[in-house]
Design a protein around this ligand. Sequence first.
Ligand code: SIN
Ligand code: CO
Length: 373
Amino acid sequence: MALQLNINWPEFLQTYWQKKPVILKNAFPNFVDPITPDELAGLAMEPEVDSRLVSQVDGKWQASHGPFTQFDDLGETGWSILCQAVNHWHMPSAELVRPFRVLPEWRLDDLMISYSVPGGGVGPHIDNYDVFIIQGMGRRRWRVGDALPMRQFCPHPALLHVDPFEPIIDEEMAPGDILYIPPGFPHDGYTFEDTLNYSVGFRGPNGRDFLSGFADYALENDLGGVHYADPDLTVREHAGRVEGFELDRAREMMIDMLRQPEDFKQWFGRFVSTPRHELDVAPAEPPYAPEEVLDALTGGETLVRLSGLRVLNVDGSFFINGEAYRPADAAAADVLSRYTEVTHDMLGDALHNPAFIAELAGLINQGYWYFDE
Ligand code: SIN
Ligand code: CO
């Protein structure tokens, strides 16, 4: 049964999204943890999974990155294990992200899961992304302060904390409650119990990310080969001065590159369809022949997208996992970008297009989609 998430999205977006934090009580009614602390600890031992262990003993913070080989000497208090992008590796947990598909996929970062014992937590900090923190097992007291300028410091080289803050939210969350926090609001979770928290994070790249991403694209595609030119040059009294109009001309050259709509779209599509965390890609073994793909769909099988794979329709151009995808059937490609599970009837006329079926077989064989048994 699909997981029920009770959020009035239009109201939430208008009042809270990127504006102010809020606790959404019982947003997941009858919440059942999709993962156990042991399973999470197991993931933190996998080299592909980005994991951390954060601990605090008598106010002294420690942090280390996985993969971990054992968790034997941890004791019963003062530590947390955190795993990033669990939605890429653990399918029952990935279900938690699904109800958030009312928000654009390109803004989604990942599902981070933390397991904390009494006194555990990562300490007071600020994030640069929007996060929906779902309370799972246990109760945890969450405090959130206002987005005011604050001093940040490193109590350990791998941790960035903020000074103590005055809370605008101070509440104990119960399983199924969600705390939404926009970027910039300091927060801290404290627990007296063993607790699981699920953070569905949305990240907006900053201007620096965009600019360096575009620069990489320009280099790879030999854009911007035109050199600065000044056929109108005149004799200078002061050879050491760069004039304002020269500065403007250089800036215009750069802006012109960004102004090319097709280049901009091709770059943006690749950029935002590149996942920030490793995917669990397993090529189909043995590979499918196109007829087998058609047979499976006709026989009622569901085609499931690899969890975390980004399939985007950027203003009519398609991108999969950081690469341009020029589909044989645009309507079917739109269906692939819109839904994470696809059945026969959704693909329409494309099923009669051998070029599309061959292309689909290629995507399945790459491990990007698979048939649900
Ligand atoms: C946690 O789950 O302990 C930390 C989540 C966060 O503060 O973003
Ligand atoms: Co945080």
